[in-house]
Write a protein that binds this ligand. Structure first.
Ligand code: HEM
Length: 455
């Protein structure tokens, strides 16, 4: 078997023959429904299904997934999350769970690698997501946020999720891709917007050659070709840019990495698309929940506005963190066991999938006082213990964009709060809806704004 065959085998989502059926019989309890019903319940109704399983089966339970009943064991205690995050990366693989994104992100994507390959890619990407680099991006994010909120119309209710999606997309184009030329941006915007909107159905059928010549699959393949052409042209232009070494965007930083480990054009393309898909909707969702929670709580809004006026970043960051605790954007992270392992005293066979339930860990009342309330102060008072707040996952796979999204979120909240008072328009309360792997506000986190007097 070639290395490429081996990689394809590993990436097959819930592929056949991947687990030891005899050993899988002794796993923690869980529903005995057919795998199809459990898969649909987990993917479409996770906000009802997963809490119900916790109530019924306790802190560790098993769901069985399509196509062949492969087990996914979910853990809800922080010490178990810690064990999973600290697990040997050669045993606790992650790429299989992301395999569905393979056709679009490309084989070099950080999300689709494990072991040594993942380690290398991570080391090359990391410097573009740390301290000084993050500070370098902030002024562009602030300018884009200022331009966005300047367009908001006072007194007219709107879906903050839509506005945050538009803004975070612009941030990706300018700060991650580093594109500033208006004609390039005009070409990229629709292509990138269509790429992030590709449906799971299209992704599932992408690998089937006959489908790639039909309807939505053909359109997606054509879009991808067009996007790739623009990205490769952008990469070539950037490599030749005289000011490459002083440009503050992520792509330029990646090109300027160590000479002996330079990323190829294809690697750069795959990582750019990965950063786009991983970083855009997630941050937009966290921001829209933050605006929604502030709009419905005048006391929290007042203190957040005071924090914006004083440039109290810790407080604004606490607002974001609390909204991600209350409304986790990604409900769980999954690892695929390459060898048998023991977690929380439970022996698990090779081939099982395991993961901490972010949703349940964030909602436990033995870990978070009054977990259903929106109280950013808990992050400022040091109430939130390690591994009880895990919206970015953990261990060697912890979200590489965590610092980036907090920097971006703080800058955006500050610009909104310096300019506007927020309120909820009449209408139903919002609640989470499943959208691909993320959970977004069902009604788009509608808000209404009024200008505040003076700066
Ligand atoms: C609120 C915003 C965000 C949330 C909630 C979020 C959440 C996550 C989670 C849960 C993971 C999986 C971690 C694990 O398996 O343990 C992840 C991975 C990742 N995220 Fe984020 N993310 C956010 C923003 C971003 C941004 C802004 C970027 C980049 C610009 C980004 C890039 C990535 C990448 C590349 C990975 C894969 C890391 C790896 O496998 O080594 N994310 N993210």
């Amino acid at each position: 078997m070639t290395a490429a065959d081996e990689r394809r085998r590993r990436m097959r989502p819930f592929g056949p023959g991947g687990f030891d059926r005899a050993a899988a019989r002794d796993l923690p309890p869980g529903p005995s429904w057919p795998a199809l019903a459990q898969t649909v319940a987990l993917l479409r109704f996770r906000h009802q299904f997963v809490p119900a399983l916790h109530k019924r089966y306790g802190d560790v339970f098993t769901v069985r997934l399509m196509p062949d009943g492969q087990p996914l064991v979910l853990f809800t205690r922080p010490e178990h999350a810690k064990e999973i995050f600290a697990g040997d990366p050669e045993v606790f693989h992650a790429c299989k769970g992301n395999a569905i994104l393979g056709p679009i992100m490309g084989e070099h994507s950080l999300l689709l690698q494990d072991g040594a390959e993942h380690n290398r890619a991570r080391r090359l990407l990391m410097p573009a997501f740390h301290g000084a680099a993050l500070r370098g991006y902030e002024s562009v994010v602030t300018r884009l946020a200022r331009q966005e909120v300047a367009r908001w119309r006072p007194g007219v209710p709107f879906r903050s999720l839509d506005r945050m999606r538009a803004l975070t997309l612009e941030v990706v184009l300018r700060v991650v891709f580093g594109v500033s030329d208006e004609s390039h941006l005009a070409r990229l915007r629709p292509l990138v917007a269509r790429t992030v909107d590709v449906s799971p159905l299209v992704l599932i059928g992408w690998g089937i050659p006959v489908l790639r010549r039909l309807g939505p699959w053909k359109a997606a393949v054509d879009d991808q070709r067009a996007l790739d052409a623009v990205l490769y042209a952008e990469i070539a232009e950037r490599r030749a840019a005289a000011d490459l070494h002083v440009r503050p965007d992520v792509l330029s930083r990646l090109i300027c990495g160590p000479d002996d480990q330079a990323l190829s054009d294809q690697e750069l393309r795959d990582q750019l698309v990965t950063l786009l898909l991983a970083g855009h909707e997630t941050t937009a969702t966290a921001l829209s929940w933050s605006l929604y929670e502030l709009a419905r709580d005048p006391v929290q809004l007042r203190s957040a506005r005071a924090a914006a006026a004083e440039d109290d970043r810790d407080h604004l960051e606490a607002v974001l963190k609390e909204s991600m605790r209350l409304h986790p954007v990604i409900p769980m992270v999954v690892r695929h066991l390459m060898r048998p392992a023991t977690i929380g005293g439970v022996d698990l066979p090779a081939g099982a999938n395991v993961g901490p339930s972010i949703l349940l860990i964030h909602a436990r009342d033995d870990l978070h006082r009054d977990p259903g309330s929106f109280r950013p102060q808990r992050f400022l008072d040091g109430e939130v213990a390690t591994n009880t707040w895990i919206p970015f996952g953990g261990g060697v796979r912890r979200c590489i964009g965590a610092g980036f999204s907090l920097m971006e979120g703080v800058a955006v909240l500050r610009e909104v709060l310096l300019r506007f008072d927020l309120a909820l328009p009449p209408g139903p309360a919002d609640h989470p809806r499943v959208r691909n792997i993320t959970s977004v506000p069902r009604h788009g986190a509608r808000i209404v704004v009024q200008p505040v007097a003076g700066p």
